[in-house]
Design a protein around this ligand. Structure first.
Ligand SMILES: NC(=O)C1=CN([C@@H]2O[C@H](COP(=O)(O)OP(=O)(O)OC[C@H]3O[C@@H](n4cnc5c(N)ncnc54)[C@H](OP(=O)(O)O)[C@@H]3O)[C@@H](O)[C@H]2O)C=CC1
Ligand SMILES: Nc1nc(=O)c2c([nH]1)NC[C@@H]1CN(c3ccc(C(=O)N[C@@H](CCC(=O)O)C(=O)O)cc3)C=[N+]21
Length: 282
């Protein structure tokens, strides 16, 4: 089977157009413009690529963006001080802190500092807890983008067996929870998983978020499986996914490319979350 491409770029283009219309209307009728603050500490290449993408998307959708590029040496205290300032600013509706954080900064303390109603990447334990319990909340952008892409292509999840590779708080765990909410049977795999190949080959859906370029090979994929590649690792200036695309497309029924797959959805979901934060939680 030669798989069909899940075209994140195309789907996100449609979503962004409709978000732009909503934002323009908001400006006309209420004289307000959404604002997003993004904080990046240090020079992680994949995070830099994300910041560049989302500056562009903010321009496309008429959202004000405030980017704070802080040095890797920034103290936890200074970072939290900045977050506290942003928490009370009226022109900032969403706050995104880019991961990974430098080693001396505790991500849990940072997550707790973000005001839940401005927490557009669902990072705060209040939002994470609500997601876990199936309550309405701000859902992390990448997992939300994965789910939207799956639903846009009419892919049924009920009763399907899904594997998630990775268990981070920002991708692996929330995407597993969202798949479970859609009645999939979910296996969460990580670096200590024994026989990863055996787990994956039995699955109808694979979502990989390990950050290991090219490590999902066709011998790990069941004929006709849906393969979603979240990985974005910069290798020699090129963005690489976790999946060996050329090999795996021959077996999958659907597959996401990198770039042009999940990453493109993530930025669209971020703008959607800024609007949601603005309209629902303030
Ligand atoms: N497209 C997008 O929009 C986004 C892309 N990303 C990308 O997704 C990737 C993952 O991000 P993130 O979740 O933050 O990363 P983390 O580094 O926090 O998590 C990686 C996870 O992968 C697991 N893992 C690592 N190696 C293996 C292996 N060989 N076999 C099985 N599991 C493994 C780790 O297991 P363990 O827990 O045991 O260490 C860990 O749970 C990165 O490439 C990142 O850049 C991230 C966010 C958004
Ligand atoms: N709190 C937090 N949340 C994140 O979601 C998060 C993060 N930290 N840290 C870094 C990673 C990486 N990430 C990307 C998202 C979109 C693109 C993206 O838009 N990529 C485009 C192409 C970009 C290009 O071609 O340069 C695409 O895939 O089509 C890339 C990378 C989000 N991350």
């Amino acid at each position: 089977m030669k798989g069909k491409i899940l075209d994140g770029r195309e789907v996100s283009k449609r979503i962004k157009e409709s978000l732009k219309e909503r934002i323009e209307k908001m400006k006309e009728e209420r004289g307000i413009t959404p604002g997003l603050a993004v904080i990046i500490t240090g020079g992680n290449p994949s995070a830099i690529s994300y910041v560049r993408s989302l500056e562009k998307v903010c321009r496309q959708t008429c959202v004000n963006s405030f980017v704070y590029e802080l040095p890797a040496e920034t103290s936890e205290e200074d970072l939290i001080k900045l977050i506290n300032e942003l928490n009370i600013r009226d022109d900032v509706n969403g706050i995104l802190v880019q991961l990974p954080l430098p080693k001396h900064i505790n991500p849990e303390e940072v997550a707790k500092a973000i005001k839940p109603s401005k927490d557009v990447d669902g990072f705060n334990p209040i939002n994470a807890g609500k997601l876990f319990r199936g309550e309405k909340c701000l859902v992390p952008c990448t997992p939300k983008g994965v789910m939207r892409l799956i639903s846009e292509y009419g892919i049924e999840l009920k009763g399907k067996k899904a594997a998630v590779v990775g268990r981070s708080n920002i991708v692996g765990k929330p995407v597993s929870q969202l798949l479970l909410n859609k009645d999939a049977t979910v296996v969460i795999c990580h670096s200590k998983t024994k026989e990863l190949d055996e787990e994956l080959i039995s699955c109808d859906i694979i979502v990989s978020a390990a950050g290991k370029p090219g490590f999902i090979k066709s011998n790990m994929v069941k004929e006709g499986a849906v393969v979603i590649d979240v990985g974005t690792t910069m290798v020699e200036g090129k963005l690489m996914g976790d999946v060996d695309f050329e090999e795996v497309i021959e077996k999958a029924s659907f597959i996401t490319p990198v770039p042009g797959g999940v990453g493109a959805m993530t930025t669209a979901m971020l703008i959607e979350n800024v609007l949601e934060a603005m309209e629902t939680y303030d």
